[in-house]
Design a protein around this ligand. Structure first.
Ligand code: BTN
Length: 329
């Protein structure tokens, strides 16, 4: 994506801060140190990108509508972070944001840089599944992280991300829950998923890419037939579309908040929140671990993020597997 002049973003922030009030061209040019002609040029450039800006002589400019897009221009003014999302690499379409973020990580991308796409042509889920990624409906992003962690503790970051995305969904009015380890469910259906990939030396993680897909404004017909019965979205849960840029900014902010808590207090600082939002604990489950099937009651999440399942022959500690809930609640 071409670099945008910073003053265009500043003009937009100025208009956004004024909400539905008019601001005079003079006030904008004084504040930002631009000529009136330059302000007009930026307003025209913003209009060309889909921003609706009213202009009335003697009153000035008013922001009347923003495009439903996820470029840095839409997201950055809404962000409240120091790292996550301060640099956004935006694509109209990409194979997989995880693949692009991995390339950027190898090229030296910094902690918190995010890749966002309006559509993915090869969106990937866990266990080799595909992730349906229709254009401009949902949120598909991947964050590059450079945590100070030994590789064995990297899976904790996936649990951290699941708490953050769960809380962003709850703020958006969706009663989301976490199915171990990191599937986000609403009304028992999948609303978001997380795919974590990393590169590591024997004793230290080099980079982690956290890929997050959230079904935001998808309708039933936007999902492939084979997952339609098992998937939901913010729109389907609330009966109302969500502004995607606002939701993306909420996800980035929550992610950074929980990553900071994890960096300071370790997994113990996250575990209680994960347990509070869990859809799995207390349920009778069947967990597929490679070729084994473990059946029992999901009793707890331990201090390493493993699921503890009480079976007829004792407690099993499960580090990775595919959970199926055996009885409806
Ligand atoms: C899962 O639940 O199986 C994980 C789904 C992860 C999907 C996201 S969408 C953004 C990022 N890019 C990908 O190709 N996958 C992740």
């Amino acid at each position: 994506m071409p670099e945008r002049p910073e003053s265009e973003e500043l003009v937009l922030s100025f208009l956004a801060d004024a909400a539905d009030e008019f601001v005079s061209g003079e006030a904008i040019s004084d504040k930002l140190g631009l000529t009136r002609a330059a302000v007009w040029k930026h307003v025209e450039a913003l209009r060309a990108q889909g921003y609706r800006i009213d202009a009335i002589p003697a009153r000035g400019y008013r922001l009347a509508g923003v495009p439903d897009r996820l470029t840095p221009l839409e997201i950055r003014p809404l962000l409240n972070t120091h790292d996550v999302g301060q640099v956004v690499h935006w694509y109209e379409e990409v194979g997989s944001t995880n693949d692009r973020a991995k390339e950027l990580a190898e090229e030296g991308a910094e902690h918190g840089e995010v890749v966002v796409a309006e559509a993915q042509t090869a969106g990937r889920g866990r266990r080799g599944r595909t992730w349906a990624s229709p254009a401009r409906k949902n949120l598909y992003f991947s964050v590059v992280l450079r945590p100070d962690l030994p590789p064995a503790r990297a899976p904790e970051l996936t649990l951290v991300a699941s708490v953050a995305i769960c809380e962003a969904l709850r703020q958006a009015g969706v009663e989301a829950r976490i199915k171990w380890p990191n599937d986000l469910l609403a009304s028992g259906r999948k609303i978001a998923g997380i795919l974590t990939e990393l590169a590591a030396d024997p004793d230290r993680v080099q980079w982690v890419v956290l890929g997050v897909g959230v079904n935001v404004n998808a309708r039933a017909e936007d999902f492939p037939a084979e997952v339609r019965g098992e998937a939901t979205s913010v729109l389907l849960e609330r009966g109302q579309a969500a502004p995607r840029a606002l939701f993306a900014a909420a996800c980035f902010t929550a992610l950074e908040d929980w990553l900071d808590r994890h960096a300071e207090g370790g997994f113990a600082a996250v575990r209680d929140a994960w347990k509070r939002h869990s859809a799995t604990l207390g349920r009778e489950v069947s967990v597929k671990v490679d070729a084994r099937e473990i059946v029992g009651v999901a009793e707890d999440l331990d201090e390493g993020g493993a699921l503890l399942v009480r079976t007829e022959s004792g407690v099993e500690r499960i580090l990775s597997g595919e959970v199926r809930m055996l009885r409806p609640r």
